[in-house]
Design a protein around this ligand. Sequence first.
Ligand SMILES: C[C@H](O)CC(=O)SCCNC(=O)CCNC(=O)[C@H](O)C(C)(C)COP(=O)(O)OP(=O)(O)OC[C@H]1O[C@@H](n2cnc3c(N)ncnc32)[C@H](O)[C@@H]1OP(=O)(O)O
Length: 677
Amino acid sequence: MGSNNNNGRGRTVMEVGADGVAIITIINPPVNSLSLDVLQGLKECYEQALQRDDVKAIVVTGNGKFSGGFDITAFGGMQGGKIAPPKPGFMSVEVLTDTVEAARKPSVAAIDGLALGGGLEVAMACHSRISTPSAQLGFPELRLGVIPGFGGTQRLPRLVGLSKALEMMLTSRPVKGEEAHDLGLVDATVSPDELINTARQWALDILEAKRPWVKSLYKTDKIEPLGEAREILKFARTQARKQAPNLEHPIVCINVVEEGIVSGPRAGLWKEVEAFQGLLHSDTCKSLIHIFFAQRGTSRVPGITDRGLVPRRISKVAILGGGLMGSGIATALILSNYPVVLKEVNENFLQAGVGRVRANLQSRVKKGKMNEEKFLKTLSLLKGAVIENASLKQQIFSDLEKYCPPHCILASNTSTIDLNLIGEKTRSHDRIIGAHFFSPAHIMPLLEIVHTEKTSPQVIVDLLDVGKKIKKTPIVVGNCTGFAVNRMFFPYTQAALLLVERGADLYQIDRAVTKFGMPMGPFRLCDLVGFGVATATGTQFVENFPESTYKSMLIPIMQEDKRAGRISILMKLSDKDIVEMVFFPMVNDACRVLAEGIAVKASDLDIAAVMGMGFPPYRGGIMFWADSLGSKYICSKLEEWSNVYHGGFFKPCAYLAERATKGALLSTLVERAKSRL
Ligand SMILES: C[C@H](O)CC(=O)SCCNC(=O)CCNC(=O)[C@H](O)C(C)(C)COP(=O)(O)OP(=O)(O)OC[C@H]1O[C@@H](n2cnc3c(N)ncnc32)[C@H](O)[C@@H]1OP(=O)(O)O
């Protein structure tokens, strides 16, 4: 007989076999997240199973994917007060500890696919866990600005030891079934087709005392002695403070784990409940959840991906030029099994290009991410070819049109040159597109897909699919100098240069901006990129946007090595002033990019900022952060500086000024901007 609970978002079903084992299955595609409905259903199934005389033991499973954890969409509802959160301790204490773990009937978790966050916490409350070798088990909560909230902080250390538990939680990295077995997190690994039957038998074996009946919450054998435990916790705290000085939740996680070790697991459970509630409402959690959904939202492009177009299969890619970018892109493609032909103008350049790709792969071998066999197999996907007379991109594209079949996509990795110009000499405007990678191309996660007004939606959909296959987060943008990412990023160094030219302390600027959370300050970045590149791109922007850019002389002067510009008036700025003067002009340009329809949604710019510039994800991306401060405030600051310093550079654009007058959010388009799509 089956029992079914279905109230809307997901359900839990129970099937009782002739052997007396109740199989409780979580069903909530695509990742079996634990919605409030699923959790309620799970509780009701358990209550039934524990009451019914024909049920001797229980198996919890997820039909291919155990569970991807608590339903993250519900977090937003709970933060906004739209969804009433379950009463404190409902799931962790009442259901998982006092119902599942304390039951007189044994439970076994049968894990295939994913057991993440709350999913793994359900599994750990069971008396045993069986998984497939490829299943992924882990706690990604810290990546969302919270901590495990269904008892994970207490049970994980008791199953795998304190060091490993802290590592798994603080890095958010999951382990595969095989490793989980070695660690003691799962008790056996079996193939997917044997999973349910093995779990069934295992549960009956526990009942008959042929296998141990383990309540993980009270296990003590894996936890290090108190003195050693304190040392491990101290070390973890130091590391967490060093690696993420702006984040509170890793420290909270360590404190909660400590409470369980010092005062006992039940006290730990309650401290976890309380800490989870607090963190759920923090700005960090709100920002990181915004980033989670914004990242998944980039591949939904209005007017393009909603037409029912199916991406075509790309069977081969030719890359023209094997320099730093070309070889990086080739590496990214062959790593995802795309055959690549790398073309260069002569044999020497070609060998150098192939050498770079080989070195990129070798570095993966050195880091243990790839074995020798896979290295050779991957490299075999790369072929080289020499083409004569490579000239301007324009000429290349017109030649390509002659030699490539009509279905071939012509993509350029240009970061600044206008795509319309590139395709000027061709009649193939519909298949010309920008595929802007960020260096090093095989490592950086962002891919800017740039289309002109003539690029066909099919080609955009095709490239979105390639992007996904090579594990990049693609954002689709319109065509202008610098596209969305570089255009928005340009004021970063400009503002910094303006401040220094007026006497601000260069080191303080880099320090303040790094403290804000950027991987490096604008001046270190300039040093790294090189003054040549900085001046060349700078000129492009100044020529194309003369009204709103600042033409700094600092770098040209330094290039000539005349460091004479002694500045007599030293600007006194606080770190807050610096951060605002560097980032508000970026917000201003982000607004322009949005108003001009270069980007279709503000959340795409958030992802661009986080993945293309290293903007701290825990601040939610550039527009999310700006909205947290308010358009009014930002506009008034920009106006103030525009009067005092450089009129055009700081002057708020019309979009920003209008939002400020209305007191509206920058991220919501009031009337849809003229999209270029
Ligand atoms: C109390 C507890 O301790 C608290 C928690 O459990 S917090 C939640 C912990 N879990 C997580 O953080 C897992 C988050 N999810 C992921 O990392 C990845 O989605 C995954 C590894 C599960 C799957 O990755 P992948 O196969 O690439 O699919 P992906 O595109 O990311 O997700 C598929 C869809 O499921 C949604 N989704 C994934 N996990 C979800 C979750 N936990 N809740 C709600 N929706 C989720 C995604 O938003 C996406 O929706 P879309 O198709 O509408 O864009």
